[in-house]
Design a protein around this ligand. Structure first.
Ligand code: 13P
Length: 270
């Protein structure tokens, strides 16, 4: 059975004091909450600090990174290798976030190679996919999402998605407050799962598909009560311990009920 994952992507925010406050705040809010995996992705400079702080708190909060280089080592000035992230206690690595694709011209192929490199280094990639506003208005959402996904399947095979995470993040919903409706998000999630199921029902059944884009305490439950939405990748609202905790708690409650009621058939379109 899938387990929901709520992850805070802190992007380029924070300093030592903010990181400490956030981690301690999240711990207080989420201590004892079961039924959801909770992760944070601080800026890479603060991974070591975060790791130390996480070892001192009660809650199980998993460490993630926001990006990584494709190479394991070598003459790549300024880059950070998957092995280094692993050594610093990282479990999840966000790959192909739309901000990386846009501001750093990351191609589907490069993202697919990073996916492989992260897996080989013993961590879990979170593969971000999603369409722009123009693509959405042109009705190209599924075409874009499946193309981004197929880039990974092409070089790695569908089984490579086993034990990994996909994050559907429509670009027009990121940081805009204009979130996708839960029904529309469910439709895309279900279609992504069905696309994977064509090659492997087993992989499709088990892969976690998060939604990301203006997830807030107020709208979180609507996503988590959809059968194919397995958690959230949260930006802005993750920078507030209380808001982030409310979202994570809603995932724990809603998913417990939904997973026990719905069986995956790749056709959970409602
Ligand atoms: P917001 O929650 O701020 O829209 O950001 C979403 C995101 O990009 C998470 O990776």
């Amino acid at each position: 059975m899938r387990r929901p994952l709520v992850m805070g992507n802190w992007k380029l925010n924070g300093n030592k004091a903010v990181i400490e406050d956030l981690i301690k705040g999240i711990d207080i809010e989420l201590n004892g909450v079961e039924g959801v995996d909770i992760a944070i992705a601080p800026p890479v400079m603060f991974l070591d600090l975060a790791k130390q702080l996480l070892s001192q708190v009660q809650s199980k909060i998993i460490l993630g990174a926001q990006n990584v280089d494709v190479n394991l080592n070598g003459s790549f000035t300024g880059d950070i290798s998957p092995r280094m992230l692993k050594e610093f206690g990282t479990t999840y690595v966000i790959i192909g976030h739309s901000e990386r694709r846009e501001y750093h011209a990351e191609s589907d192929e490069l993202v697919a190679k990073k996916f492989a490199s992260v897996k080989e280094s013993g961590m879990v990639p979170i593969l971000c996919i999603g369409e722009s506003n123009a693509q959405n208005e042109a009705g190209e959402t599924l075409e874009v999402c499946t193309r981004q996904l197929d880039a990974v399947i092409k070089i790695q095979g569908v089984d490579a998605l086993n034990g990994t995470v996909i994050a559907y993040e429509p670009i027009w919903a990121i940081g805009t407050g204009k979130a996708a409706t839960s029904k529309n998000a469910q439709y895309i999630h279900s279609a992504i799962r069905a696309h994977i199921a064509v090659q492997s029902e087993e992989v499709a059944k088990n892969v976690i598909i998060q939604y990301g884009g203006s997830v807030k305490p107020e709208n979180a439950a609507a996503y988590f009560t959809q059968p194919d939405i397995d958690g959230a990748l949260v930006g802005g609202a993750a920078l507030n311990a209380k808001s982030f905790a409310v979202i994570a708690k809603k995932a724990a409650t809603a998913k417990d009920l939904i997973y026990s009621r719905t069986q995956f058939i790749g056709k959970n379109i409602i």
